[in-house]
Write a protein that binds this ligand. Structure first.
Ligand code: NAD
Length: 347
């Protein structure tokens, strides 16, 4: 059955991948609600902007009146809530926006969704879903252990970013438990892929390298993250929205645990082949790697166990890091104009 899907943060990295995936591969309608912060770019949505099933509204999720109007105007069947401040370094230098958007904004959406949902009837009410998209960073630091995060792992966030996301997860869970709102929570590991804003590790390394700039590595670069290709993430999100029971939470990951320094070396070595640095006074891109002071409070290791999602819904990622990173690097090399535009728009 065709659904009306409201996506917050649909002009961001993961949100735009979700919008494109739904519009390009299904019959569902998409209402994208995004206030276009530095991380939101309509240039990531040019392939769908003229599609009659796609709508865009420039609205701040902290603005309760306008969120109320959006619910009444579009009558959504499913909400994917991705709008957030998402960069850890920015949360350390300026936490206020993280508290506003990630906590107050989520509260507004939950309240407006609750009021809208409570007036729905029968099947519409039963099948309504609010998917709250969160991160594995809410679980804190695994340190030097071999453990994995499961859905039962205790919350122990380290940064203002992860603490604000943890707060929003607690609100989402409480709105299910107290008000029965059909909420699902997803906690995903580090995403990578096309259209990621160039301040995040992978696009930053690619662009610094080909421009002959230093490639900064925090501390010794031994921090471990589990990497998931964004296309696999958005497939998991749609599957969860359409097939999972309300009230559940799901971890999503790629089973691709890598040290940051190994990610950086892999990118350099692929770039040496795809775009040899003949235009620069170096022999290989690895020469640009420079160690800088570690981020304060930097977690050493995150790792996800997504067995529950595999067993309940049969999801697993299609890409491994080797295949996904090649596609990603090639995309950035082919889309330098997009990179220039989004960086220029934010200067
Ligand atoms: P992003 O920073 O690329 O995009 C965030 C989007 O939200 C932008 O389009 C921005 O304009 C919009 N936005 C911000 N504040 C808003 C507000 N007040 N009102 C309306 N729109 C607003 O983020 P992303 O990497 O695409 O992440 C999306 C979600 O997924 C976030 O909730 C994040 O916590 C979560 N997540 C991200 C990752 C990752 O690796 N990127 C991993 C796990 C979970």
């Amino acid at each position: 059955m065709t659904k009306k899907i409201l996506i917050t943060g649909g002009a961001g990295f993961i949100g735009s991948a979700l919008v494109r995936h739904i519009i390009e591969t299904t019959d569902h309608y998409v209402m994208n609600v995004d206030n276009l912060t530095y991380a939101g770019n309509l240039d990531s949505l040019t392939s769908v902007e003229n599609n009659p099933k796609y709508y865009f509204e420039k609205i701040d999720i902290c603005d309760q009146n306008n969120i109320n109007k959006i619910f009444n105007k579009y009558n959504p069947d499913i909400i994917f809530h991705l709008a957030a401040e998402s960069h850890v370094d920015r949360s350390i230098s300026a936490p206020n926006k993280f508290i506003q958007t990630n906590i107050i904004g989520t509260y507004n959406l939950l309240e407006e969704a609750r009021s809208f949902w409570s007036n729905l009837k029968n099947n519409k009410k039963d099948s309504f879903r609010f998917i709250h998209i969160s991160t594995d960073e809410v679980y804190g630091d695994l340190g030097n252990t071999n453990e994995l995060f499961t859905e039962e792992s205790p919350y122990a966030p380290s940064s203002p970013y992860s603490a604000s996301k943890a707060s929003s997860d607690h609100l989402a869970r409480a709105w299910h438990r107290t008000f029965n709102l059909p909420v699902l929570i997803t906690n995903c590991s580090n995403n990578y892929g096309p259209y990621q804003f160039p301040e995040k590790l992978i696009p930053l390394v690619i662009l610094n390298a080909i421009n002959g700039k230093k490639i900064p590595v925090y501390g010794d670069g031994h921090q471990i993250r589990d990497w998931l290709y964004v296309g696999d993430h958005v497939k998991a999100l749609l599957k969860i929205a359409l097939e999972a029971k309300s009230g559940q939470s799901y971890n999503i990951g790629g089973r691709n645990e890598l040290k940051n320094i190994d990610v950086i070396n892999t990118i350099c070595s692929i770039l040496n082949e795809l775009k040899p640095p003949n235009h620069l006074p170096i022999n290989k891109y690895e020469e640009l790697i420079t160690h800088v002071d570690d981020r304060i409070g930097h977690d050493l290791r995150y790792a996800i166990d997504f067995t529950k999602l595999e067993n309940d819904l049969g999801w697993k990622p299609n890409e491994n890091f080797g295949t996904g990173i090649k596609k990603t690097i090639q995309w950035y090399l082919n889309n330098l104009e997009w990179c220039k535009i989004v960086v220029k728009n934010n200067q």
